[in-house]
Design a protein around this ligand. Structure first.
Ligand code: ARG
Length: 267
């Protein structure tokens, strides 16, 4: 055997060993079951969401079940795994901690892929793009641009990119005092506060703002904030669930199913 062959052999062995070591570490050490093994054994995929985000996830008033665009995607993932789906309603800023402590297997919640979040979870390929919007009462003629938010009371959902935008662009810029930013666990609460007049505006993802404006009637979209966010599904770092989630997303896209879901929930 010549030297090149031996060297190539050694390199291949090193790559194989390193890959195996990496995956076993990613699964939390030797002997532990992988996420997919655990889910299959349990016969159930446990998904966390914040069910206040129509049409992505919300409670169907008739059936009392959590439904929506994201939930249809979650169903397809459970189907692929050959297991049942359980959806847990968790406040948005507790979703990533719930994922990390093993309470849920995956987060699908119209969650924007951000650098900060990607430090602690793994995100799927993006499956939706959205901007932010500002919701006001239907009879509000005063708020038409970001400048008009100066000195106003603003409602946000805790832990969202809308909250981040308000902190960065209004609070840090000295336009709105910290006291005038009202942070809610659920968007529903922020919408109710808007209707009651406890806040003047709510910053929320555009597709959801439009859905609320349509269903509530007494609120409207005042203006759009172009943020170009991408939604991703989150799993634990190194989870073997990620490739399956990506495969399902690709299949849904390629088969036109994702478009069907869009039509079903957005028209
Ligand atoms: N896209 C925004 C974010 O990631 C808001 C998501 C809120 N989702 C929800 N289900 N309430 O921060």
């Amino acid at each position: 055997m010549n030297k090149t062959l031996i060297a190539a052999g050694i390199i291949i062995v090193i790559i194989i060993v390193a890959t195996l070591a990496y995956y076993s570490m990613a699964q939390g050490g030797k002997g532990e079951e992988s996420d997919v093994e655990k889910i299959k054994k349990r016969g159930k995929l446990i998904v966390g969401t914040s069910a206040d985000f129509p049409p992505f996830e919300f409670v169907d008033e008739k059936t009392n079940e959590i439904v929506g665009f994201d939930i249809d995607i979650a169903k397809a993932i459970a189907e692929k795994l050959g297991v049942q789906l359980e959806v847990k309603d968790i406040k948005f800023d507790a979703l990533i901690p719930a994922l990390q402590n093993g309470e849920i297997d995956m987060v699908i919640a119209g969650m924007t892929v951000t650098e900060e979040r990607a430090k602690v979870v793994d995100f799927s390929e993006p499956y939706f793009e959205a901007d932010q919007a500002v919701l006001v009462k239907a009879d509000n003629e005063e708020i038409k641009s970001a400048d008009d938010l100066a000195g106003k009371k603003i409602g946000v959902q805790s832990g969202t990119t809308g909250e981040l935008w308000v902190d960065e662009n209004l609070v840090k810029a000295g336009k709105v005092s910290e006291d005038n930013v009202k942070r809610y666990n659920k968007f529903i609460e922020a919408i109710l506060a808007l209707k009651k007049g406890d806040v003047d505006a709510v910053v929320i993802d555009k597709p959801v703002a439009e859905a609320y404006a349509k269903s509530e009637g007494d609120v409207k979209v005042a203006f759009i904030i172009k943020t170009g966010e991408q939604y991703g599904i989150a799993v634990r770092k190194g989870s073997d669930l990620l490739p399956i989630v990506n495969e399902v997303l690709k299949e849904l896209k390629d088969s036109g199913k994702l478009d069907q879901f869009l039509k079903k929930w957005f028209s």
